[in-house]
Design a protein around this ligand. Structure first.
Ligand SMILES: [Zn+2]
Length: 510
């Protein structure tokens, strides 16, 4: 990738970068070193298409993404690009045609992202040498392509990428069951229970044929249990397939790569609102307090509003995140939290409540450390906030096409936002049985969270999984209040209502 690093930065920009970095540190931001690279517009699109990584394995979807970006220019802040990679050091990209004031804004924004990556709990298990790891993945995939042929590997990667969301983003923080620890672990043979007896009595107390029968019974039990996998329902389908599907070594390697990258990106999707809110909070704080000359104010304000402008009815993570961090800071400065405040039903008293605690900064740093979007919104999107910012539910009137308010109910609004954020809007799918009907078939279950699974998604997912499992696969899902079973075994996809004659899976997922 042709881009220039900081050595070739104009001196003014280099000086600004140092100043912003030191200022950011003085506020307590704590980040990995950040390496900035300067790109032209085309290079920027290229880097963005590869998720910001200079080297990734070859696949058509990166080319397609590049075309999409070229045409749509939707990435980041519109024209003011910002891109930063969670890595130690972080890598960030600046677009060379941007005016200095934009570059400063992006630099400040990037330092805050770098702080978020380093300190937010949900990123703590991510690979901080991912730039190297991605390059390593690229080498491995190229090696498989040399042996298996490009088409074979690309087709297989297509299947894996179609399933890449079927992981458990919480699992790096959970103590996982023994099933997921190591593939193909031999079953431990427990010693047979024996009656204690003196040696000469032993063959009467523990006759060999009884011992033998006992041993057989235990072996049978073990065999039975071995097929009852997973030990409990698991959301990490990719791990399950890696351990239990019959795959060639190169296929295992490709699937491992896709799964690893999926886990690497998952925290970014789980903290989009917070991460963008945090970065916007800091670029605006640092810029307005220190770096924007009077002549730049209008220019800066333009771009800034471009980044955080939110038309009614649109959900802009920058805007909502920024406003929430400011609100939290303000509330903790004034002591607007805790029992006495919550229980006050005097609106006037609540509005003018100010205990002068000054805990705001400390609180927002704590919030950025331990929350993800779901509990961030759940805890801090208060009725007062919704009212103050007119954060209502909007919709278009079918007759006039005009935007109108659908709801001002804070509970309903919060539920709608949470729904959008839960599992990043993706369905929860569990592996419920790896030996369904005792036929080596795979049984999956959709956990219903208020919205039906899309049938098209169900069928496409089953087809993908079948390619890896190579035996029939089933997916249970509640559609229109009816429990349905979708099945695919290589020919026509089937669907039927679940009835009593069907075999039960090893685990029930409600
Ligand atoms: Zn950002």
């Amino acid at each position: 990738m042709a881009s220039s690093t900081e050595g070739s930065f104009p001196p003014e920009l280099l000086a600004a970068k140092k100043q912003i970095r030191e200022r950011a540190r003085s506020y307590g931001l704590d980040f990995f070193p950040v390496v900035f690279e300067m790109c032209d517009y085309e290079q920027m699109n290229q880097v963005a298409a590869y998720g910001g990584f200079p080297q990734r394995y070859p696949h058509w979807r990166f080319g397609a993404e590049y075309e999409r970006l070229r045409k749509q220019n939707l990435y980041g802040l519109g024209r003011v690009y910002e891109m930063v990679i969670n890595n130690d050091p972080c890598y960030a990209y600046l677009q060379e045609s941007n005016p200095l004031v934009d570059q400063k804004l992006v630099i400040a924004h990037v330092y805050a992202h770098a702080d978020f990556f380093k300190n937010n709990l949900w990123f703590s298990q991510t690979n901080r040498k991912m730039v190297d790891e991605m390059a390593n993945h690229a080498t491995r995939v190229r090696r498989h392509i040399e042996k298996q042929g490009y088409d074979t590997v690309e087709k297989f990667l297509d299947v894996c990428l179609g399933l890449e969301d079927l992981i458990d983003p919480h699992s790096p923080f959970l103590n996982r069951g023994p099933m997921e620890q190591k593939p193909h672990q031999p079953q431990r043979q427990e010693p047979l229970p024996k009656f204690k007896a003196k040696e000469y009595l032993d063959k009467w107390m523990n006759p060999p044929e009884v011992l033998e029968a006992e041993a057989r019974k235990l072996r049978d039990q073990h065999d039975k249990m071995r097929h009852v996998t997973p030990a409990q329902p698991t959301r990490d389908l990719l791990s399950y397939l890696l351990h239990h599907a019959r795959l060639d070594d190169w296929q295992v390697d490709c699937l491992t790569i896709v799964r690893e990258e999926s886990y690497y990106f998952a925290p970014q999707a789980m903290t989009k609102v917070m991460n963008e809110g945090w970065a916007s909070y800091w670029h605006s704080t640092l810029m307005t307090k220190h770096f924007v000359e009077a002549r730049d104010v209008i220019d800066y304000a333009d771009h800034h509003s471009g980044a955080v402008h939110m038309p009614p009815g649109n959900f802009n993570p920058y805007k909502i995140g920024l406003l929430l961090f400011r609100d939290i800071e303000d509330r903790w400065n004034k002591g607007q939290f805790g029992k006495a405040y919550e229980e006050s039903d005097n609106l006037g008293e609540k509005q003018s409540w100010d205990k002068g605690l000054g805990l705001g900064r400390e609180k927002i740093f704590e919030v950025r450390r331990v929350y993800n979007d779901v509990n961030f919104i759940d805890e801090f999107l208060t009725p007062e906030f919704i009212e103050k910012h007119k954060f209502y539910q909007y919709g278009r009137d079918p007759h006039t096409g005009q935007l109108r308010i659908l709801s001002r109910d804070p509970q309903r609004i919060k539920q709608a936002v949470l729904y959008q954020l839960t599992n990043m809007g993706r369905p929860f799918i569990y592996v419920a049985d790896g030996n369904y009907g005792n036929r080596g078939e795979l049984f999956l279950a959709h956990k219903h969270n208020g919205v039906d699974l899309e049938i098209k998604f169900a069928v496409e997912t089953l087809k993908g999984i079948y390619r890896l499992w190579q035996r029939p696969v089933h997916l249970q899902a509640k559609i229109d209040d009816e429990m349905m079973l979708f099945s695919y075994g290589g020919d026509q996809p089937k669907q039927q209502t679940i009835h009593d004659d069907l075999p039960k899976p090893a685990h029930q997922v409600a």
